[in-house]
Design a protein around this ligand. Structure first.
Ligand SMILES: [Zn+2]
Length: 221
């Protein structure tokens, strides 16, 4: 679904099956964030076609982190010349206990490797300047992406509409999660695009979401 010029959202809302939401940013560089699980890849491609975008024009895939529900589908979109990027801490996590993680969910670990690692700072995507934030807590190399042109934040599993990411998985850390949330709260966000659940629009609504999250969850993490 087209959210605004150059921003397409594919929220996963089924309660029967888990999967991550996916986001597509188009422009000189076409970026797909979190392709999700493999079983949904063809469906995701069809949804893009319906939005008038040929998935074969994707140039870059970014994973907010390497939990199976965010990255298992990477190979379905990673054609030759398509770059893949995530944080180096996530690469370490994947190489140390990522395999068990996939097996826990009854999945084969996908075969892929980042073409480059993301770190805190600007990432130039054609005409766009995207800000990468290393936001550990849910996993050691989780990242958020902030798009100053549209004031959208892709928050991965750091924060959701009405919730926060789990910290009980290997590499999770509640103290770091809270720090990361407080860091993202300082941004001027007009649309929150989380890894799960509904998206949230409106600067006021998003500020309120941060406030409620801090009030309801920070004492428990
Ligand atoms: Zn996750």
């Amino acid at each position: 679904m087209k959210l605004k010029d150059g921003v397409f959202v594919y929220p996963w809302t089924s309660e029967q099956e888990n999967n991550s939401s996916s986001y597509l940013f188009t422009g000189k560089v076409n970026l797909l964030v979190d392709p999700g699980l493999k079983f949904n890849a063809e469906n995701l491609k069809e949804q893009m076609e319906e939005d008038g975008f040929d998935w074969k024009n994707i140039n870059l895939i970014i994973n907010t982190h390497l939990h199976p529900d965010h990255c298992e589908g990477d190979p379905a979109f990673k054609r030759k010349d398509v770059l893949l990027a995530y944080h180096q801490e996530e690469d370490k996590m994947f190489k140390s206990f990522g395999r068990q993680f996939f097996e826990l969910f009854g999945l084969e670990p996908p075969d892929f490797q980042a073409d480059f690692f993301l770190k805190d700072g600007d990432l130039i995507l054609g005409e766009k300047n995207v800000q990468v934030y290393h936001t550990p807590g849910h996993s050691p190399g989780s990242i958020c992406l902030y798009f100053p042109d549209t004031r959208c934040l892709v928050s991965g599993d750091l924060i959701f509409y009405g919730g926060v990411g789990r910290t009980d998985f290997p590499g999770g850390n509640g103290r770091l999660l809270k720090q990361s949330i407080e860091r993202m709260e300082t941004l001027d966000i007009d649309c929150l695009l989380p890894g799960h659940g509904e998206i949230l629009q409106g600067a006021k609504e998003i500020k309120e979401n941060f406030r409620l999250i801090k009030r309801n969850y920070f004492g428990l993490i």
